[in-house]
Design a binder for this molecule. Structure first.
Ligand SMILES: Cc1ncc(C[n+]2csc(CCOP(=O)(O)OP(=O)(O)O)c2C)c(N)n1
Ligand SMILES: [Mg+2]
Length: 623
């Protein structure tokens, strides 16, 4: 019998107890273990289970609730009706209906990114399902666990051309979701639904997390079930393995490094390993950069922070990591993609040892030859690594880091490119200046989302994310609109924390109708919408690529009044045009406590920090 196999109603099951300090998906701040405890096998009681007669839909909802689900984000429709009616009737669940199914997926994604739990979205057959796709792709690209349900014609009608049928014989929804999920299947009989659900949950929440999709014929939900197998421990593993000898080699190389640097990727956040990373940095006196997507997983105000490496990144990170000094580079959950490596610059390799940690073996050694590969969960491996380094120090090994001999890195405006624009009194305000103003009033526990565009480059480069704050961006797939709507889901997941969305006017107009969802449910997100009256990134990039001719279509033919749109949706709104005005607007929004929009009218001629991206685009075009 495997460690996690079902006991078939017996009272005892073999259950693995994971090492102290490894991931507990139900808390966001996890303890840092001082010494690891080996995995041990114990006998634990599993509550005896009695067969319960019920409908399949009740069985399904019980699985979700046992995984901590409290919200279902969906637009109901005929072929989803039994599921939606059951959700609405269930007091433990809330059905949140957005204005567009893409919004449903974005809401679920934001909820999941912040809570670390699986979130649920659903769309009815046909267009309801296809509208979900982009949002699901964003979750897939960034490793966000999500349960996606789509409706389907009744099983007896499949293949006959039923209304909105989306089966193999028609527009095949299951196939469409396959490349953007870890599992996509049509449930073909009521008896097999629980099997599919367990498999979907196991895959969504193991290894690199991600979305899963089930397509369910409408008649199956009401069928009777005697299902008894529910306990998550019995159908999905929580153990995380790693190669201890490889970890020991990494520990030795890191402690012996004179100029150790850590490049932290978004895998750190997915694994909830921020505190463990901080413990390692303390032990090694290392310097730390993050990938753009992982902005803030190590506090950017820390004296050891190099800032961001790659697109819109910081000079300290680039000069240090591409310089000659670094002898040991440790990448943690960073995909080493084009955007974070300056088009895979070979100088990223350190002089002695490249240590690469990733949960996905396919990422190891993909773009750079690796000296010490570490495959597994970032939190589990960092716990083990910290333990080995402690042991080496206890046994007398010296810590070789020489960073302390160097002058401290600049902080304040000197750290950034185009520093003069950060203090500019120009009207309308520069994109850099309002972000400096925002830092003054951004709460210590703020959750910040960015959308995609030129404003994203300003957010990445010019906003400092400090200890306690968090930053999210869907850079994997890079869909506009995600950073506008996902924060609503985030605010539901973290009702006690202020949530900000720093977005562009283009993103806002693409998905902004779903601010109505925040207005209806009084969900307190503060949107700061940078209005430059255009798709700024397209305008600036096209100008650079053509040597001076911007794409005219990127500029709006009529200005969009963002604040007026927000007010029409019943949302408090203000306009900011001058330096120094934003602080009051933010304080007011925080005081009011509901959803709020602050439209910042900026000088659109200010070029965002897009140098590296434009260079690599130009490189591809030349090729
Ligand atoms: C769904 C989608 N369509 C197109 C793009 C390509 N794209 C990236 S940013 C952008 C324009 C963003 O405009 P805005 O939100 O106003 O940001 P700005 O560049 O002006 O700051 C476009 C078209 C995308 N990333 N996602
Ligand atoms: Mg714009």
């Amino acid at each position: 019998m495997s460690m996690h196999s079902y006991t078939g109603g017996a009272n005892e099951a073999l259950t693995a107890v994971t090492p102290l300090g490894t991931r507990n998906r139900h808390s966001t701040m996890r303890p840092v273990a001082r010494a690891p405890v080996q995995p041990v096998i114990t006998l634990q009681a599993v509550p005896s289970v009695k067969p319960q007669a019920g409908r399949m839909v009740d069985v399904f909802l019980r699985y979700l609730k046992d995984e901590g689900v409290r919200y279902v984000f969906a637009i109901p429709g005929g072929l989803l009706h039994p599921l939606m009616a059951a959700v609405e009737a269930d007091e433990a669940l809330s059905l949140i209906m957005p204005k567009h199914e893409e919004g449903a997926a974005f809401l679920a994604d934001g909820y999941s990114r912040v809570s670390g739990k699986i979130a649920v979205c659903a769309g009815t057959s046909g267009p309801g399902a296809t509208n979900l796709l982009t949002g699901v792709a964003c979750a897939f690209a960034d490793g966000v666990p999500m349960f996606v349900i789509t409706g389907q014609a009744a099983s007896h009608a499949l293949g006959k051309g039923a209304a909105q049928e989306s089966s193999r014989e028609d527009i095949d929804i299951v196939e469409m979701f396959r490349p953007v999920t870890k599992y996509s299947a049509m449930v073909t009989s009521a008896e097999t639904l629980p099997h599919h659900v367990r498999r979907a949950l196991r895959l969504a929440l193991s290894g690199r997390p991600g979305p899963v999709h089930l397509n369910v014929p409408v008649d199956l939900w009401e069928k009777a079930s005697g299902e008894t197998w529910f306990d998550p421990k019995t159908y999905r593993p929580e153990t995380r393995g790693f190669d201890r000898q490889a970890v020991q080699r990494a520990a030795e190389a890191l402690l012996a490094a004179e100029y150790p640097v850590i490049l932290a990727g978004s895998g750190v956040a997915i694994a909830g390993a921020q505190d463990h990373l901080a413990a390692l940095v303390d032990l090694l006196s290392a310097r730390v950069a993050t990938s753009p997507k992982a902005k803030g997983v190590f506090p950017e105000d820390d004296p050891r922070s190099l800032g961001i490496l790659g697109n819109a990144g910081h000079r300290d990170a680039r000069d240090t990591i591409l310089g000659d000094e670094v002898d040991v580079l440790f990448t943690v959950g960073a995909s080493l993609s084009e955007t974070s490596t300056f088009n895979w610059n070979p100088k990223l390799r350190p002089s002695k040892t490249l240590i690469q940690l990733d949960v996905d073996v396919d990422r190891i050694g993909r773009n750079y030859p690796v000296d010490v590969p570490l495959v597994g969960d970032a939190q589990a491996i960092l716990v083990e690594l910290v333990y080995h380094i402690h042991r080496l120090i206890r046994d007398g090994a010296p810590q070789a880091s020489r960073w302390a001999e160097r002058a401290p890195m600049p902080r304040g405006h000197a750290r950034y490119e185009d520093a003069a624009a950060r203090t500019s009194e120009h009207v309308p305000v520069t994109p850099q200046r309002w972000r400096v103003d925002l830092e003054e009033v951004l709460p210590d526990d703020a959750i910040v989302f960015s959308d995609i565009g030129g404003h994203m480059l300003f957010n990445l480069h010019h906003l400092c994310i400090s200890r306690g704050q968090r930053f999210f961006i869907n850079l994997g797939f890079g869909s506009m609109g995600h950073g506008t709507i996902a924060p609503i889901g985030a605010a539901l997941a973290a009702p006690d924390r202020p949530v900000f969305a720093l977005v562009g006017d283009g993103c806002f107009t693409m998905n902004g109708m779903d601010l109505l969802t925040a207005a209806e449910n009084d969900i307190p997100v503060i949107w700061i919408v940078e209005n430059n009256n255009m798709h700024g990134i397209t305008w600036h990039c096209s100008k650079l690529l053509t040597g001076g001719t911007p794409m005219r279509a990127a500029v709006y033919k009529r200005p969009v009044e963002i604040a007026a749109l927000a007010r029409a949706m019943g949302i408090h709104a203000r306009v900011v045009e001058r330096p120094g005005q934003l602080q009051d607007a933010v304080r007011e929004a925080l005081r009011l406590g509901g959803p709020a929009v602050i439209e910042v009218r900026v000088d659109g001629s200010v070029v965002p920090p897009l140098g590296e991206r434009a260079k690599s685009l130009a490189g591809f075009i030349e090729k």
